[in-house]
Design a protein around this ligand. Structure first.
Ligand SMILES: [Fe+2]
Length: 466
């Protein structure tokens, strides 16, 4: 049974916990905390109602914007999305090492996660283990070993990224959804309109836990979608650079660079060029585009807990941004995702739009927006996008995943070596999306002539522009 609407989403709520955030973490920054400088014109847009935020989230483009809903965790019924086991460990901890020790006491290899250290200012470094294991307990052992070896300094900040369940499980709210996500609920569960969007990925994002000096280094997402972040406790600085500068800035700064405090003079200059800088506070929910350079840095004494969902809103401009992923002159190449996975993701988008458009009670506003999205994919997409729609029109489309079911069971890799987290995931994304996106939908009645065009050579088509 699918959960539709807010009454079911209220299941996210349970008995009240001891303090407002439930995590026993300071909710204010210490006096004198060093922060990034923020000019007035760099501040994010702030909205104060659920309606305003949902309109921005679901129907507006996000490039060059950060839109914040203060107290959004409560307003969107996300207060109790973090599993109690993690809450217990956070409540007893003021450092990530302490949190990891608490989790380890529980003994069970229930979670997988990536760990990062920041022993050298301005650099993020993943803590990898010799084995292929992705279990958090093994990463914790790897951290201890690297500390013993002197690779990780004793006082180096530690970041936990993409913490999720090691094994798939049935979602606690949506009984027919098989997920790895460790969050108990998501923004996805708050509104039924989430299921009508061209894309919404909530399965693989995971939870991020950090302390002062941790965060995600400078990057662009592996596909050019949007992210909605929830911040349960702690403070996090978050910056984006202009879409128009995405090539020059990433070339200058490099992948994975951290803007640690105190800032160097070049860092101050770089932040001066940022399009938007937000100080994300406890309880904030915010939306941004991952298509432009961005980075995040935890500040303050509190442990920071956040999580992200990735989506493409029902907006033609947003879909046009997405379909320029993995195109040389549009999306810097060192951030590309696996090209075949991107093909599958585009298939999901076609399926999702088709399924939503076929729903009998679809609101006119969403219908019109989705039709605009379809037009963009047909007219401005690469050869593979146009081929997908041609096959859809002809009723001849069969998903490759149906032809090759084994691919859906393969395990993802370790990602691209950055704490890319702030919303983007490793290249397994598309395979995760398909788990929640329903079955292949029958073609709509053909509305355009089924003529051959550039053919289904997706990889060559995108790379052919080089
Ligand atoms: Fe990101």
């Amino acid at each position: 049974m699918e959960v539709e609407g807010r009454p079911e989403a209220a299941k996210c709520l349970d008995a009240s916990r001891g303090d407002p955030s439930g995590f026993h973490q300071p909710d204010q920054l210490p006096a004198g905390e060093l922060l990034w400088p923020i000019r007035d014109e760099q501040r994010p847009e702030v909205v104060h109602t659920v309606e305003e935020f949902l309109d921005a989230l679901l129907f507006q483009p996000h490039v060059d914007r950060v839109v914040v809903l203060p107290n959004g965790v409560e307003l969107l019924n996300q207060q109790h999305a973090i599993p109690e086991k993690l809450c217990r460990a956070v409540r007893k901890s003021s450092t990530i090492r302490s949190f990891l020790a608490e989790i380890s006491k529980e003994g069970k290899d229930e979670y997988r996660a990536r760990l990062w250290h920041y022993s050298i200012p301005g650099m993020e470094k993943e803590i990898k283990t010799g084995e292929k294991s992705k279990l958090m307990v093994d990463k914790i052992a790897g951290l201890a070993q690297q500390e013993a070896d002197g690779v990780v300094l004793p006082n180096a900040p530690i970041y936990v990224s993409e913490l999720r369940n090691a094994e798939k499980h049935w979602h606690p709210l949506v009984k027919d959804e098989f997920v790895k996500t460790s969050t108990m609920c998501d923004v996805y569960d708050f509104t039924p309109d989430s299921r009508k969007m061209p894309l919404w990925e909530r399965s693989e994002g995971g939870i991020f836990l950090g302390e002062r000096g941790t965060g995600s280094g400078f990057h662009i997402d592996q596909c050019m979608w949007s992210n909605v972040g929830r911040n349960w406790c702690g403070h996090k600085l978050f910056a984006i650079w202009p879409w128009a500068d995405r090539f020059t800035v990433t070339e200058k700064v490099g992948k994975g660079r951290m803007l640690h405090l105190p800032l160097t003079d070049p860092d101050v200059e770089l932040l001066g060029q940022a399009k938007c800088i937000a100080l994300v506070k406890p309880g904030d929910v915010w939306v941004f585009s991952g298509a432009q350079p961005h980075t995040a840095l935890v500040v303050g004494d509190a442990l920071n807990i956040s999580a992200y969902e990735s989506l493409v809103p029902a907006n033609a401009e947003a879909v046009f941004t997405l379909i320029r992923s993995n195109i040389k002159d549009m999306h810097p190449k060192n951030f590309w995702m696996d090209d075949e996975d991107l093909d599958e993701l585009f298939e999901d988008v076609v399926d999702n739009i088709q399924r939503a458009l076929k729903a009998p009670s679809l609101e006119q506003k969403i219908k019109e927006r989705l039709q605009e999205c379809t037009t963009v994919m047909r007219e401005r997409g690469d050869a593979y996008c146009r081929e997908l729609w041609r096959q859809e029109d002809c009723g001849e489309r069969q998903r490759r995943r149906e032809q090759d079911s084994s691919s859906s069971e393969s395990e993802e890799g370790e990602g691209d070596g950055t704490a890319e987290g702030e919303g983007d995931n490793p290249s397994k994304l598309a395979k995760a999306v398909k788990k929640t996106s329903g079955n292949f939908s029958d073609a709509l009645a053909a509305s355009v002539a089924c003529v051959d065009d550039d053919g289904p050579t997706s990889k060559k088509a995108r790379n052919g522009a080089e």
